[in-house]
Design a protein around this ligand. Structure first.
Ligand SMILES: *Cc1c(COP(=O)(O)O)cnc(C)c1O
Length: 430
């Protein structure tokens, strides 16, 4: 399978090249030259999770990994449960937080890190993964890449703006993982990373790549849990998927799973007030904004990077897109009210991102839709204790993995909010 750049279709790459590079030299996102469908007669409902993941991903990987290696990578990637739970009669939770860092990003980060580890092994130059995080990416990337040979990881995070658990998850690994605590906000971190990718001095000194959902090896494996949800789905009609969305990588992967032939009725993009896409679906005008801080901070994105991939899936046809995608905006106040209501009505403790999705589902239902739905519970509520514990009125028990990490000392380098400081760090502090 070849991948082309969405900004220049003549830029073509193998899966290996696209994974190593992250994005095209001109900043374009890579997209597969064809969207493969599951083999005819393949009984995905009865297949093992490993087998369906293999069938979904193998065509993209092609001969860049042997079957044996790909199967091993898949097995390590999905080495934890993906349970589907009934929360309301017509709404189920697909819990994606049972991986090592308690957020859905573990699936993509684990797959990508292992692919990159394979590809790095056959190169003479080290790869430096440079990534900015608003919270969950950092931990998932740190965990996924820890002790992967041939890869160094540098994570930038905004000082004081990630939760205590999130901070520990990205500052306690050591070895090939380094954390930079930036005296600025997430947009500042993101901007510094973007500048670094364009800096010719750094290009000479280091081989830099990113590990966000722009990377095909992080984006595409997110398809697999849509299939795992459908394997557990016992209702007759195909479900609607409600996806808490920020950069739109997760929902866009779901659309690839739908294109592969899995029975999905519709997608609902659940956004906080950073709602560029819901507004686009209503007005037809795409208007990126600067991000606004909310309590569902992993979705505080003013210019969703994967939107261009969604446009490509639907051939830039907004009426076709509207048939398959609806978007809703959920304010912080609505998020808190929904989190409280769901806890009161069902006993289910959602995290703020999940609560945004539940609220979006009820907005969708109020608009007259009667389909049963699955929302993606993208993080464990313990990652947002300040918000969740205040609403539910008691402390949440710490999962064992978190208890261990909270004991470890934080190791981070404090960095002023300046690109020059990042550059100096990357060039000289090895
Ligand atoms: C990253 C993240 C999201 C947003 O996912 P996208 O793929 O960027 O749309 C939603 N919820 C949580 C908890 C996240 O960490």
């Amino acid at each position: 399978m070849e991948f082309y750049s969405l900004t220049d279709k003549n830029t073509r790459r193998t899966f290996r090249e696209a994974t190593i590079e992250g994005q095209a030299p001109d900043g374009g996102l890579y997209f597969p030259s064809a969207i493969p469908t599951l083999p005819a007669g393949f009984n995905w409902k009865e297949a093992s999770r490993e087998e369906i993941a293999f069938q979904l991903l193998q065509p993209y990987v092609g001969d860049c990994l042997t079957e044996e290696v790909l199967r091993r990578i898949i097995q390590e990637t999905i080495d934890f449960p993906f349970p589907l739970l009934k929360v309301y009669d017509d709404l189920y939770a697909l819990e994606l937080f049972h991986g090592p860092t308690l957020a859905f990003k573990d699936t993509g980060a684990r797959f990508m890190s292992r692919c990159l580890g394979q590809f790095a092994a056959s190169r003479d130059r080290k790869i430096t993964v440079l990534v900015a995080t608003s919270g969950d990416t950092g931990g998932a990337v740190a965990s996924g890449f820890h002790q992967v040979e041939g890869v160094d990881v540098v994570i930038l995070y905004p000082s004081g703006k990630v939760s205590p658990v999130q901070e520990k998850q990205l500052t306690t690994f050591g070895d090939n993982i380094r954390a930079l605590e930036v005296q600025g906000n997430f947009d500042d971190c993101q901007q510094m990373v973007k500048t670094a990718f364009r800096d010719p001095d750094l290009k000479k000194a280091l081989f830099l790549t990113s590990a966000n959902s722009i990377n095909v090896a992080r984006w595409l494996p997110q398809q697999v849990y849509y299939a795992f949800a459908l394997q557990q789905w016992t209702n007759e009609a195909a479900p609607v998927f409600v996806v808490p969305s920020g950069n739109f990588g997760n929902i866009c992967a779901g659309m690839m799973a739908w294109k592969a032939g899995l029975p999905i009725q519709h997608f609902v993009a659940a956004c906080n007030v950073n709602d560029v896409v819901p507004r686009y679906l209503l007005s037809g005008h795409y208007q990126p904004e600067t991000a606004i801080a909310t309590i569902s901070n992993a979705m505080d994105v003013g210019s969703p990077s994967n939107f261009v991939r969604i446009a490509e899936i639907f051939n830039d046809d907004i009426s076709a897109l509207r048939k398959m995608l609806t978007g809703y905006t959920v304010t912080d106040q609505q998020t808190k009210q929904q989190l409280a209501a769901t806890y009161r009505e069902t006993g289910y403790v959602a995290d703020p991102h999940g609560a945004v999705a539940i609220d979006a589902f009820f907005q969708y239902k109020s608009a007259g839709h009667t389909n049963k739905a699955i929302f993606l519970e993208t993080a464990h509520p313990i990652k947002f204790p300040a918000t969740v514990e205040e609403i539910i009125g008691h402390e949440l028990p710490l999962p064992a993995s978190v208890q261990a990490i909270m004991q470890k000392p934080k190791e981070a380098t404090l960095l002023p909010n300046s690109y020059a400081a990042l550059k100096e760090y990357l060039l000289y502090s090895r």
